[in-house]
Design a protein around this ligand. Structure first.
Ligand SMILES: [Fe+2]
Length: 431
């Protein structure tokens, strides 16, 4: 089966309706909301198994150190463990290098994984294209990637942002649109395969997802955030209460996450690393009914840190739609003062929800009304984001809607850096 564009057709708007509340915009673009996204079938081209005995599949890479001089190469073999070796060379050298990694397997209910390999290749040059080969000794496959430029305060770089992708025909469209962008590294904001939506959380759908995303993830690093669909407890199998685990494990000032963050944030030297970007899964500022206020327990603990350390922008997923906030905060709220409305705060980050990858659960279409003032733009469509760092003061963000097979830049703005250029970059008026 040939995979192409979205399985459902976007309906053009019949009339231009823009709902404004204090300057925020609810997009007038209307999709066919009656038809839910459909997962691509197991025999789709997007999930094709590479030919050959023990051929590596699900090849993907992620940055292997803080600065970009290492890359972790991961892949799966299914017939036998095979080799953990990666052979690699740069496009400016004829010398081959070899790195050795590790392999493991896991079982989940009645599923047994293939042989999962991870090998970190190190001492790479900046801004250099490397070729690499995996599957040594059996069927080999070759890929390439380009390392980022050396860290510098005014170095331009372009990130893509995708969340909640899944593996539907719409997911396929989103990934194709992203591949046609100029993103050099993908920031992934959680909820990957949605394998846990299948009976007994059929982990075969992890393998199909790994083969589906290889066409991008083998060639550029994807930086990962875990979502709730990556915390895989099946009540049919284990009977464990998921929500209690979630709430007690990750929130509060005595948690490992809080201790880690408070230790890491002061280390960031903004005269070296000019932009501070945070990735999380559940958004703090969300005006859809879906997951409304779910981020509050985390926000009340962490928000003041984001303001103190001048976070520029926060990307989240979870809500299956797009939304962008203005620079707002709500950290003055406590239980007795009654101040519970987010206020304009140019010291605060912009919050962007990119939970719009296209998974089978469908779009979050119900929005709170009227649109709250913190919400600058919201639209229930699939798509992806692009963040272009220009220099220490300016970055350009765009949200690219999947519209009739095209990636249409539906929302865009200039972001001013909170450390180097902390001017008001609002796009709407907040009283
Ligand atoms: Fe989620």
């Amino acid at each position: 089966m040939k995979m192409g564009n979205s399985s459902f057709v976007a309906i053009a708007l019949l009339m231009s309706v823009v709902v404004l509340c204090n300057g925020g915009k609810t997009s007038s673009y209307v999709r066919n909301l009656l038809q839910k996204p459909v997962d691509m079938p197991l025999d789709s081209d997007a999930f094709a198994i590479p030919p050959g005995y023990n051929a590596p599949q699900q090849v993907h890479i992620t940055q292997g150190d803080h600065v970009g001089q290492a890359m972790i190469i991961s892949w799966v073999t299914v017939d036998e463990p095979g080799s953990n070796e990666v052979i690699y060379w740069s496009n400016s050298s004829l010398q081959n290098f070899t790195a050795e990694g590790e392999v493991f397997t896991y079982t989940y209910y009645n599923y047994t994984s293939g042989f999962i390999h991870h090998t970190n290749i190190t001492n790479l040059e900046f801004n250099t294209t490397y070729f690499y080969v995996v599957g040594i000794g059996n069927t080999t496959r070759q890929f390439w990637f380009t390392t980022p430029p050396e860290v510098g305060i005014d170095v331009p770089y372009t990130f893509g942002i995708i969340g909640d992708l899944g593996q539907t025909f719409d997911s396929n469209t989103t990934l194709t649109h992203y591949q046609n962008s100029n993103g050099s590294t993908l920031l992934y904001v959680g909820d990957l395969s949605y394998a846990d939506d299948y009976p007994y959380h059929d982990n075969v759908r992890w393998d199909t997802w790994g083969r589906f995303t290889e066409r991008s993830a083998a060639y550029q690093p994807w930086i990962w955030t875990a979502g709730n669909h990556e915390i895989d407890f099946d009540l049919q199998i284990s009977g464990i209460n998921l929500s209690t685990i979630c709430q007690t494990s990750f929130l509060g000032t005595s948690t490992l996450q809080y201790k880690w963050l408070t230790a890491e944030l002061p280390k960031i030297d903004r005269t070296e690393t000019s932009w501070l970007i945070v990735l999380m899964h559940a958004p703090w500022y969300n005006s859809y009914y879906s997951h409304y206020m779910e981020g509050e327990p985390m926000r009340v603990v962490f928000e003041s840190l984001f303001i103190k350390y001048k976070v520029d922008v926060v990307f989240a997923g979870h809500v299956h739609a797009y939304e962008r906030s203005e620079r707002v905060s709500n950290d003055k709220y406590n239980i007795t003062n009654g101040i519970c409305t987010p206020v304009k705060d140019i010291s605060a980050p912009v919050y962007i929800t990119n939970g719009d990858g296209g998974n089978q659960e469908g779009l979050s279409i119900n929005m709170t009304q009227p649109q709250p003032s913190y919400s600058a733009y919201r639209e229930a469509s699939f798509g992806h984001g692009t963040l272009e760092i220009k220099n220490r003061t300016h970055a350009h963000y765009s949200w690219n809607r999947n519209q009739d097979g095209y990636a249409v830049e539906a929302d865009k703005l200039w972001l001013f850096n909170r450390y180097w250029n902390p001017l008001d970059d609002s796009t709407t008026h907040i009283p």
